[in-house]
Write a protein that binds this ligand. Structure first.
Ligand code: GDP
Length: 301
């Protein structure tokens, strides 16, 4: 929201001396930017201590210190198969001859189907041979939607009828890849898998399928809608606890300028954002860039 960006810019543009009141205002501002209250408080305490140590006394000068703290929050060792948020240039390097499966998880409406198509186009343009698996067999429109993307982009889509078994769709897509048609399967999955038990069961089944088709690598990426704010973190907690995620894709960043949830994902769940999506065109997906995210969040761009 423009309101948040304006506020943070105004805050850090101030030459006024830093005092307790200003730090309190910053805590409130971070919460408004989708930080959790405890995280906002902790971050401001760290900032306060560093400013004191370095004898920094204006809000403007304090911004550089905040940038340093937030950048540090986004740099952590890569989760298995994924990338660290600090250096995630391409999400995953698809190696010729090695079969990779990417499962896109998330609740309905976050942008999974759109993101599956965007990723397939991106990896195809980078030289790999993706196959799209229409494994969201639950939502009536999802299979047709993905097939349409296939027609538009020329990328093969493996689909069954609506209501079918999503693991079976992924099985067929992997088999097609193994038979020589591809080296990457990007699977759209059903958004209904929101309860932990159903999610675990479905994913276990898919895991078994992937194992049986000996994909070299399987990445579970959670798609989150940036406009849902703190609710995105709740979704991430549920999915991560259930199936152990490898990373996150944050969509609809064109609709919100808030970004605090990215820091919560990193700090409280150790989850990296791999890509951000900022529109509905195929090219509107970008590897996550921690430095520019921090700059944007702190009003530096
Ligand atoms: P799914 O239910 O998770 O598969 O979600 P869809 O892929 O069907 O997307 C839901 C809606 O969000 C659609 O209208 C998409 O066009 C839209 N959408 C997806 N990604 C983005 C994005 O990055 N920015 C914007 N503005 N809209 C998006």
């Amino acid at each position: 929201m423009a309101g948040f960006t304006d506020k943070i810019k105004r805050f850090f543009g101030m030459q006024t001396p830093l005092d307790g009141g200003l730090f309190d205002d910053l805590t409130d501002l971070l919460v408004e930017g989708d930080f959790g209250a405890a995280e906002a408080f902790g971050t401001v305490e760290t900032l306060r201590a560093l400013c004191k140590k370095r004898k920094i006394d204006t809000a403007e000068a304090a911004r550089d210190v905040l940038v340093e703290i937030l950048t540090g929050d986004l740099c952590f060792p890569a989760p298995s198969g994924g990338n660290s948020a600090g250096n995630a240039p391409e999400g995953v390097r698809v190696e010729p001859g090695k079969l990779t499966a990417i499962l896109l998880l998330g609740v309905n409406g976050v942008g999974k189907t759109t993101t599956a198509a965007k990723l397939a186009v991106r990896y195809r343009d980078a030289g790999s041979r993706p196959i799209l698996a229409a494994a969201d067999t639950f939502r009536a429109a999802a299979v047709d939607q993905l097939k349409l993307h296939g027609e538009r982009t020329g990328i093969r889509v493996v689909a069954h009828r609506q209501g079918g078994d999503s693991a079976a769709v992924i099985y067929d897509a992997l088999e097609a890849a193994r038979a020589g048609a591809g080296d990457l399967v990007v699977a759209d999955t059903a958004g209904r898998m929101h309860t932990k038990a159903a999610l675990v069961e479905e994913l276990k089944k898919i895991d078994r399928v992937i194992e049986s088709k000996s994909a070299e690598r399987c990445l579970k990426w959670l798609v989150l809608d940036a406009t849902t704010g703190r609710n995105a973190l709740v979704q991430a907690e549920t999915f991560h606890a259930a199936v152990r995620l490898d990373g996150v894709i944050l969509t609809k960043t064109d609709s919100t300028a808030k970004g605090g949830v990215v820091f919560s994902l990193a700090k409280s769940l150790g989850l990296a954002v791999v890509f951000t999506a900022n529109g509905e065109k195929y090219g509107d997906i970008h590897p996550f860039d921690a430095a520019s995210w921090v700059r944007g969040f702190t009003g530096l761009v």
